[in-house]
Design a protein around this ligand. Structure first.
Ligand SMILES: [Zn+2]
Length: 457
């Protein structure tokens, strides 16, 4: 299995540290609002990584965390806590916000058929681990204290700029909020923030430095260490995480352990709508609910995601979603042939796994399935070949084709009655029966060896 590694900027062979186990950490959502389809694309893509590992004979140990405190409005530890800000807006506590949007996220994983991670730790459930981590960094001399928190001294981690090939000045000038002028250098970041003295925060904890809350980056370093160990096989997240969040995770973790945090770093690219990134400030966010309200399924969204490679910028439009729906219908109608096939021809399954093992090449995996499909549709294929291929595709790509149901017996009876009417050349009756079937979302194709039913939508 080969993956593009952001650290080396090269495609690398996966060499698990403890085969067959492959440890994977994915930076999960900050649970302060509804996820948009760009967020979901990221998690679908890591689900595809997990599925490919499993089909390749590995046993993934997947940690997908939930950030429910400490992610400030700027990724670089400036501004307000995103959850606290949303709590004020909704007139709730930060805890209510965290619970509500965590549940929303977990239900979305199910709706989108994303594999259940082995662990879904919440940052707020691991505060003492994070404090321990910071204490160790403190004892090694990597921290300093300012009036508003404990900071990591990035100059002491000599390779700080390497991962993102950062131009530190450029990184800082790109940030939206004011940089804390008291920091020793602009790239330094908060490990622990102190609670304000004039008011009580919903989320705050005692620490050796006083009441406060952890920084976003330390949460991931700490949970990754606790669940997966000092060096893991694959660390992953959105491309946005490279210059700040992952750079800071590496600085903290490697300063503590003197070992590489991860052997392979995988990053997913953005999804664009009308050539713009999805962002709340642009008002162009689309949620899973928006998709479903317009009559498209979560599986259709998944197929749209599969159509682009994870390292390219994918484009969303309602037209492309419509095209994905048509494409999915073809797959689904092929899957239901197994309820009807009487053929004897067998056909070897498509080589979609090989394509996925090559840096998760989803467009090629779909292409290999479709060229297989073209062949399969023209031969008198047997049930076993259909089932084997559809199963493979479901396990690998998660399109739930095996779940497309058979039609009710009464419709099968109508199809038989229509055959009789046709033989008797009773065209009026045959048409009436066709209409009745179409009302039930079923169409019949008259083929050489008998009728073949399909779903209309
Ligand atoms: Zn993270």
């Amino acid at each position: 299995m080969r993956l593009y590694d952001t650290l080396s900027r090269q495609i690398q062979d996966l060499k698990p540290l403890h085969p067959p186990i492959v440890s994977v950490y994915t930076c999960g959502p900050t649970v302060y609002d509804y996820m948009h389809i760009g967020n979901w694309f990221t998690f679908i893509r890591y689900d595809l990584l997990i599925r490919t590992l499993k089909k390749s004979g590995y046993t993934p140990n997947w940690v997908l965390n939930i950030t429910d405190v400490g992610h400030l409005t700027s990724d670089a530890d400036e501004g307000e806590d995103k959850l606290a800000k949303q709590a004020t807006k909704e007139g709730k506590t930060a805890w209510d916000i965290a619970n509500f949007y965590s549940e929303y996220f977990l239900s979305g994983l199910k709706r989108l058929n994303i594999s259940h991670p082995n662990h879904i730790p919440k940052a707020t459930e691991h505060i003492s681990d994070q404090i321990d981590f910071i204490l160790k960094l403190e004892s090694k001399g990597f921290t300093y204290k300012l009036t508003d928190g404990i900071y990591f001294e990035t100059k002491k981690f000599l390779s700080y700029a390497d991962f993102a090939r950062l131009d530190i000045d450029e990184q800082q000038s790109a940030q939206r909020t004011e940089v804390n002028k008291n920091k020793h250098s602009p790239s330094d970041f908060a490990l622990w923030k102190f609670s304000p003295t004039d008011r009580k925060r919903d989320m705050e904890w005692d620490s050796p430095w006083g009441k406060g809350f952890p920084g976003w980056h330390i949460e991931c370093s700490s949970m990754c260490l606790n669940y997966l160990g000092e060096t893991i096989d694959i660390h992953s997240g959105g491309i946005d995480h490279i210059p700040v969040h992952h750079t800071n995770e590496i600085a903290q973790s490697e300063s503590l352990t003197n070992k590489p945090l991860a052997n392979i770093w995988v990053h997913t690219n953005h999804i664009l709508i009308n050539d713009s990134k999805i962002s709340k400030s642009l008002g162009n966010t689309i949620t899973l609910e928006d998709i479903e309200t317009r009559g498209y399924s979560a599986d259709t969204l998944r197929l749209l995601c599969l159509e682009s490679h994870y390292r390219t910028q994918s484009k969303f439009s309602w037209e492309s979603l419509e095209a994905a729906q048509t494409r999915l219908l073809r797959y689904r109608n092929f899957a239901v042939r197994r309820y009807q096939a009487t053929g004897s021809a067998s056909l070897e399954a498509p080589d979609a796994l090989k394509q996925m093992q090559n840096d998760l090449n989803t467009p090629q995996a779909l292409a290999s399935f479709e060229s297989w499909l073209e062949q399969a549709e023209t031969i008198d294929i047997n049930t076993e070949s259909i089932t084997a291929s559809i199963n493979l595709l479901d396990e690998l790509l998660g399109l739930r084709l095996m779940q497309v149901s058979d039609i009710d017996d009464r419709y099968k009876k109508l199809i038989q009655m229509r055959e009789v009417a046709r033989k008797e050349k009773n065209w009026t009756k045959a048409d009436e029966l066709r209409n009745a079937l179409e009302t039930a979302n079923i169409t019949v194709l008259d083929q050489q060896n008998g009728p073949l039913w399909q779903y209309l939508s």
